[in-house]
Design a protein around this ligand. Sequence first.
Ligand code: SF4
Length: 719
Amino acid sequence: MNKSDSERIAFLLKKIGYKKAPSIQEANLVVINMCAVRQSAVDRVYGKIKEINKLKKKKKIKTLLTGCIPKKDLERFKNYFDYILHIKSLPCWKEFLKHKSFLYYPNSRSQTFNRKFDIVYLKQRALYSNNFSTLIPISTGCDNFCSFCIVPFTRGPLSNRDHKEIIKEAENAIKKGSKEIWLLGQNVNAYISPTDPSVNFAELLKKIESIDGDFWIRFTSCNPKDFSEELIDTMANSKKITKYLNLPVQSGDNYILKKMNRPYTISQYKKLVKKIRKKIPDIALSTDIIVGFCQETKKRFQNTVKLFKEVKFDMAYIAQYSPRPGTKAAQIFKDDVPKEEKERREKILTETLKKIALKKNKQYVGKTLRVLIHKAKDGYLIGKTNTYKTVKLKGDKKLVGNFVGVKITKATSWGLAGELSEEKYDKKLIVIVGPTASGKTKLAVDLAKKFEGEIVSADSRQIYKEMNIGTNKPTKKEMGGITHHLIDVVDPDQEFNVALYKEMAIKIIQEIQARNKLPFLVGGTGLYIWAVVDNIEFPRVPPDKKLRKQLEKKTKKELFEIYKNLDPQGAKFIEKENKRRLIRAIEVCKKTKKPFWQQRARRKESLFDTLEIGIKLDKKTLKERIEKRVKKMVKKGLEKEAKRLFKKYKNKPSLETIGYQEWKDYFEGKIDKAEVIRRIIQNTNKYAKRQMTWFKKDKRIHWITTKKDAEKLIKNFLK
Ligand code: SF4
């Protein structure tokens, strides 16, 4: 929660003109966002401020304290800090900071204060510390008054955030690529939307689950007393809520629980765990424990050890009790367990947990798990599984922030080790084909959004830079935030061929798969698709510049006749209108003295597990779409683009492309603009027909007419 508050403070400070300093020494404002749950955290603040105040003698530094500040400490801190500001008053900080110093820390439970500020500070946007794991507070404060806890005093009463605001924040984060949404609050399962009481925590989870995208939902903290059947069912039926639950028990002894003001018994807690495990068998459970609470005798402590052995937690956060001034426990009970005994109890519980956790973690060895990579450190990647297990593996730091498949090779009590998975399911590839103007880009972008994909273009013309309008390259808006590859790769006067394309495309597809995203190979160039899908090996014949120069002088018809003589079988399939391809085919035949068709058809073992989807359109609709598209391209400035390209690249083969070649006669004054448009439409129609002839030969293609058909196919394929 404090981390999330810090992200909001960071945004506000940035907004009012502050920049992040590289170090405290270089800062002119130091903000400490304090936590008071344990005395050690409070002591750290005292240590830090003394250090900073020494620096103040050499440099002008202002200091600001916020967060959870117990009343007793507030009095002392007044002498150390320039500003002490309540986090809930964040909307006023801009004004407060105009003063040389300022103190605004009213009683967090004061009604006047809460009427004024309530939870408005959460409307403040956050400067997230990363873009893949997003902390979203859903409430603040607590009314449970566990006798050891300072939170109800420092954070004030429970205040819930409007569910619409929470959903909007989650939607924005997911749109920007977040893979993990953390819903935060002191008691999240007590959530009820202030604007619609029918939206409780389970409902809120369902609403967030329904946001499109591939992401995990996590939450903390829960109180066992508010854990409803509805919430268990919601978790059990969810695909996005992770199989991890932190369910703080605090003690395994009923007497201590009562003293702690925790309103459940151990038998109720165990029943709840049983219910959860029955509906979500693979859930990983963690808990919070305080050892050495007032009147925790050795016998009572043994009940906690017993609970550990019975419930078999995956993880536990064990803390030694330290009285928090202002709490009921600090006022009424005696802190009667000596420090050494608290340490001993912590050790015993840790040892018990260690054995159980090791046994649990060993079950993962040999399995391939989905892991969200959180950071790269000392040559390793560190990530978390769905069950919140820490995983260490070797890998490229570019994978930070991505889901990857990891084969688990080793388990310890506190985590797992593994390697990037190479299993077959990671080799999936979706291919979307169709004739020109059939709507491939739009469909692919929609599907990539839904299935967390990236698009690899298989368009032999969009590969060229500067050829934008004539090749109908997707605009940034049309790309819809989805990463597109293999567009704008080479200059129009550069050599490029299918063998090069295949090499590049395969590398990119494998990188996308390593990031655990779904690659979509999308385009209308059948040869490019075929090369990748069937892993075709191409003859390694280097270009013969002299021969090419001679051939370039010939017309397409003449080239086709030459090729037909050299390779009659290949001539049945080659694109007669593609001058570059004809030249290449003749070149290969002449250099190798073998038919080109025979040579290029060398198929190696397929590298991918592929689903091929084709867009089916009736002829009339396709014709209409082509005409509309050509007219739109002309309107967008195709003439100007063609003129510039012809001037710069003269007769380069790349300009032997529909949409450009037709302008040549026009620029030479032989035809008018209407004729250019007519020719482009005619040639595009012919090209679309050739494309369909090519694709119809491939019996693996599933022809679809709606997006829903495609979604269904992909869902089944990914199962
Ligand atoms: S429920 Fe949690 S935050 Fe609230 S008082 Fe108890 S321990 Fe503190």
